[in-house]
Design a protein around this ligand. Structure first.
Ligand SMILES: *[C@@H]1O[C@H](CO)[C@@H](O)[C@H](O)[C@H]1NC(C)=O
Ligand SMILES: *[C@@H]1O[C@H](CO)[C@@H](O)[C@H](O)[C@H]1NC(C)=O
Ligand SMILES: *[C@@H]1O[C@H](CO)[C@@H](O)[C@H](O)[C@H]1NC(C)=O
Ligand SMILES: *[C@@H]1O[C@H](CO)[C@@H](O)[C@H](O)[C@H]1NC(C)=O
Ligand SMILES: *[C@@H]1O[C@H](CO)[C@@H](O)[C@H](O)[C@H]1NC(C)=O
Length: 349
């Protein structure tokens, strides 16, 4: 084990020095962003290191896994988890957008593949989730928004850029087509709110998160399918391959997860265009009213982005509810996000 661990740690620290030169003496936890999505759904069990059936997320960018960065031990460095087979994503070449349909993984990653938390108050909501996740009109739309939030296969694929490239292509090119999928997701969004009224009233974490993700289907499709024209790569692949996790956060704003205020944005052209997609949606009141997660997170992230990248990078003043939402303690704040943000504070500043 040590034979694998020590070189990995050396790679990790070396890579980190490039980013955090001022604090290069300390091994900094370099978090793989997607672990935070795990944290969100696993919540307290995750905090107590009781994560199990899901495959251990790889430390793709040569860092420490988030599970070693529990709230009480943000000094980390204790238990790095070696990635099982692949080289760190930051060392993998970023594949270009496929010019012909690539071979998609079979089965394609599905949402809730690690199971649905059975914490429902009503039979109707429980039935709704069972129905939705088994129905072709939902599955064949491959919703990036729900995959990012809740799919073990999708999260694991982030350690393999070739595979991730095919998956992103697959979410952008479905047989049903975008407009049919938008109609389907609108239907599921409405059906959820009918079937799960009790759960939404009780602020059931999984139900609330799924509603935000379903509402965000269309806008997250747009950002997931953005291409960086200079490299002809998916912007999302650029973000995943970056050993600095901050760019990846931009894709999760519509899920109600902001870029942590302690993070230092990279000012990439991709994050600029992603922010542009969001501001365009928020400027349309019809769309904005449906994007509750984005409403909560946009303004703070836009301000942070402008602070580091300049006024041309993002439009501020769009999310009127932003500040009050961010102040409100939510399930997200009490869950992994606060921990993740505090760890990032340690590593990014
Ligand atoms: C789930 O599907 C079953 C069978 O198709 C149907 O009877 C039931 O009403 C559906 N439930 C929900 C919540 O959509
Ligand atoms: C990455 O994914 C590709 C395509 O699915 C596969 O051929 C390759 O073996 C994978 N690499 C690793 C290291 O798992
Ligand atoms: C895949 O989807 C993108 C838009 O998301 C489109 O530009 C491209 O032409 C599609 N490719 C194929 C082969 O359908
Ligand atoms: C289950 O839901 C109830 C209310 O919706 C909540 O109080 C409780 O903490 C939840 N339990 C878990 C394990 O999520
Ligand atoms: C606002 O969004 C709605 C729904 O997507 C769309 O039909 C409408 O054309 C948009 N309005 C403007 C001014 O872009």
């Amino acid at each position: 084990m040590a034979v694998i661990l020590i070189p990995l740690l050396v790679i990790c620290i070396t890579a980190r020095i490039g980013y955090v030169s001022s604090r290069a003496v300390e091994p900094q936890p370099n978090l793989e962003l997607p672990l935070s999505w795990h944290g969100i759904k696993e919540d307290s069990s995750w905090r107590h290191h009781k994560r199990q059936p899901e495959p251990e997320p790889q430390t793709v960018s040569g860092g420490l896994s988030l599970s070693s960065a529990a709230p009480t031990s943000t000094t980390a460095a204790a238990s790095p988890t070696p990635s099982s087979s692949s080289i760190p994503v930051s060392l993998q070449p970023i594949p270009t957008v496929p010019s012909a349909p690539p071979t998609l993984p079979t089965p394609f990653p599905q949402t809730f593949d690690a199971g649905i938390a059975q914490n429902f108050s009503s039979i109707s909501c429980s039935n709704f989730f069972a129905n939705m996740t088994n129905s072709a009109p939902y599955r064949s739309c491959r919703p990036f928004s729900v995959l990012l939030e809740n799919s073990a296969a999708f999260i694991n694929a982030q350690s393999n850029l070739t595979l991730m490239n095919s998956i992103i292509w697959g979410t952008c090119n479905t047989t049903l087509g975008l407009s049919q999928c938008e109609a389907n997701m609108d239907w599921f969004t409405d059906a959820l709110q009918t079937a799960c009224t009790e759960e939404l009233k009780d602020n059931n974490a999984m139900t609330v998160a799924t509603l935000k993700a379903l509402q965000a289907f269309s806008i997250m499709y747009d950002v997931a399918c953005q291409v960086d024209p200079t490299s002809n790569t998916y912007c999302y692949l650029n973000a995943v391959s970056n050993s600095n996790p901050v760019d990846s956060y931009y894709y999760a704003l519509p899920l109600g997860i902001p870029v942590p205020s302690s993070a230092v944005p990279t000012c990439s052209t991709c994050s600029k265009s992603v922010m542009g997609v969001y501001s365009a949606a928020l400027e349309n009141s019809t769309e904005a009213s449906q994007l509750s997660g984005l409403q909560e997170t946009y303004e703070a992230t836009a301000k942070l982005t402008v602070q580091y990248c300049g006024a041309s990078f993002a439009t501020t003043g769009l999310g009127s509810s932003a500040m009050s939402s961010l102040m409100r303690p939510s399930w997200m704040v009490t869950g992994s996000l606060a921990i993740f943000a505090s760890v990032l504070l340690g590593s990014a500043l």
